[in-house]
Design a binder for this molecule. Structure first.
Ligand code: ADP
Ligand code: ZN
Length: 216
């Protein structure tokens, strides 16, 4: 099964994707995570994209298309994939159609997380994650049970993203509205879009997604 999680920044795509990875034997392909890894490793690509990412703008389509194809190449053909943060433009959606077809994969469902944009700014501005296992946390909504210690792996180092500040968040929202939301009709034409209330508690969002996948 191959699925896309779609929704504006802070909608909870990453959280839901990591839950699906745990519950089903699927692989999460997050272009945001891949790009941050390049950035932090200081590779030539990372140097090139740092300013773009930190400002909240989109990196060029060819770059993310290439990263995704490289990941797909290394996967067993029967391994299910969750695309998280990709595709983000119509050009990327068209590339993904080609990349999947070339590997004999089909897209089963596109899940759109519907959210209230004002609430997102509040969510994003308090979030951080485990530096070791990437489990997401939030200053106000989901602190580690033991202060300073990751619930999942016990690590004591945490990190915050450079683009989780008010200005970059506003740019990310604008990019989503202008470039990403317009890809929905592409998938609606294939009748594979399902909508989930992303403002519901995380467990309810997960349950709604599981129910959709069970029916797909
Ligand atoms: P979020 O959806 O919470 O903003 P991501 O981790 O998915 O965060 O993406 C962070 C940043 O990485 C984006 O703002 C953009 O600069 C870049 N990026 C990630 N995925 C893509 C993509 N598919 N196309 C272009 N840029 C991307
Ligand atoms: Zn951890």
């Amino acid at each position: 099964m191959n699925i896309i999680l779609l929704g504006p920044p802070g909608a909870g795509k990453g959280t839901q994707a990591s839950r699906l990875v745990e519950r089903r034997n699927m692989v999460q392909l997050s272009t945001g995570d891949m790009l941050r890894a390049e950035k932090n490793a200081g590779t030539p690509l990372g140097e090139r994209i740092k300013a773009v990412m930190d400002a909240g703008e989109l990196v060029p389509d060819e770059i993310v298309d290439t990263l995704i194809d490289k990941e797909l190449a290394g996967l067993a053909p029967d391994r299910g994939v969750i695309f998280d943060g990709y595709p983000r433009t119509l050009v990327q959606a068209q590339s993904l159609d080609r990349l999947l077809a070339a590997r004999g994969r089909t897209l089963d469902v596109v899940i759109e997380l519907e959210v209230d944009e004002d609430a997102l700014v509040d969510r994003i501005s308090g979030r951080f994650s485990c530096a070791v296992c990437n489990t997401p946390y939030h200053d106000r909504y989901k602190m580690p049970v033991v202060p300073g210690v990751c619930d999942v792996c016990g690590a004591t180092e945490f990190k915050r993203r450079a683009d989780d500040n008010a200005e970059a968040v506003r740019t990310r929202m604008a990019e989503y509205r202008a470039k990403t939301a317009p890809i929905l009709p592409h998938y609606e034409a294939q009748n594979i879009v399902r909508r989930v209330d992303g403002m519901a508690p995380m467990d309810e969002v997960s349950a709604a997604i599981e129910a959709i996948l069970d029916q797909s």
